[in-house]
Write a protein that binds this ligand. Structure first.
Ligand SMILES: [Zn+2]
Ligand SMILES: [Zn+2]
Ligand SMILES: [Zn+2]
Ligand SMILES: [Zn+2]
Length: 287
């Protein structure tokens, strides 16, 4: 048993995948069967194929790959034995969603639970900050605090904005210029992203809005963005995307205001050596 507990990485994995919400502490843990379904190595719930060693010690399929055919509990050779009885027992169980303590009160047959949890509206959000790897997750108030404190993101109140983007060497499109500004309006938060990337052969800039909340709510809002100079203007009207959709996914779907670099430099005025864009925008609620 000591071997299993000291297995490198298993504890840190636990804290990532079960943020204090393991079924162990759930209200509906009325039978020990539920505990039998926890992998003794990683403590995650096991889903078919559930494996066992010749002595009957169970483990999940992820852990089976990691332990190199050696039972973590008794060190016996693992082989390829499936624990069909346990898989069948699991079928008869109903368990609460793992986000119960965050507000989800639904109960699910064992094998539907995982699927629900992937889409549960109470699950945590990933940090919407782009441009660096950030693994922070949380509810919206936590993430707003995190953006302010840890990423020093600019926060603005109001549903209209007028934002200037300046970059000294606009030819370096490849090393991802990106910026994030957060707007507070209608008591909600919206992330305005601005970034440079290569669209096919063409260097472009793109601005788009993401909503800090679920997709279903994001759809209740609309926004517009405008950029221009010298009597020319580009206008984009769209619907903010939920931060459930990653920054990269939104960018790759081109769901935002896209400005060709030549045009962006034209809008910047001057000698075209510096990017100076003024983007104005508005967010409103659709009734
Ligand atoms: Zn496991
Ligand atoms: Zn064993
Ligand atoms: Zn749920
Ligand atoms: Zn972050």
């Amino acid at each position: 048993m000591a071997i299993a507990k000291s297995e490198a990485g298993s504890n840190s994995m636990l804290s990532k995948t079960t943020p204090g919400l393991g079924g162990k502490h759930g209200l509906y843990s009325t039978n020990g069967v539920h505990e039998l379904l926890e992998c003794p190595v990683c403590t995650n719930l096991m889903y078919p194929p559930i494996h066992q060693c010749p002595n009957g010690h169970t483990l999940c399929s992820d852990c089976k790959i990691r332990v190199h055919n050696c039972c973590p509990t008794c060190r016996y050779e693992l082989g390829d034995i499936r624990c069909l009885a346990l898989e069948k027992v699991a079928e008869s169980l109903e368990l609460p969603c793992r986000y119960q303590s965050l507000g989800c009160h639904d109960i699910f047959p064992y094998y539907s639970k995982l699927k629900h949890e992937q889409h549960c509206r109470f699950r945590l959000y990933n940090c919407p900050y782009a441009g660096s790897e950030c693994s922070v997750t949380g509810d919206i108030p936590t993430l707003v605090g995190h953006l302010k404190e840890d990423h020093k993101v600019d926060m603005h109140d109001g549903c209209t904005f007028n934002h200037r983007y300046v970059k000294a060497n606009p030819n370096e499109v490849e090393n991802a210029t990106w910026m994030l500004t957060v707007f507070n309006c209608f008591g909600r938060q919206f992330c305005l992203h601005f970034e440079a990337f290569q669209l096919g052969m063409a260097p472009v800039y793109m601005a788009f809005l993401r909503f800090m909340g679920d997709d279903i709510e994001a759809k209740k809002f609309s926004y517009s963005l405008e950029v221009g100079a010298n009597g020319r203007k580009l206008i984009w009207q769209g619907i903010p995307r939920s931060i459930r959709d990653s920054h990269g996914k939104v960018r790759d779907s081109q769901d935002g205001l896209i400005i060709q670099r030549n045009l962006a430099l034209y809008f910047s005025g001057g000698d075209r050596q510096e990017l100076k864009l003024r983007i104005t925008g508005r967010i409103w609620k659709e009734e």
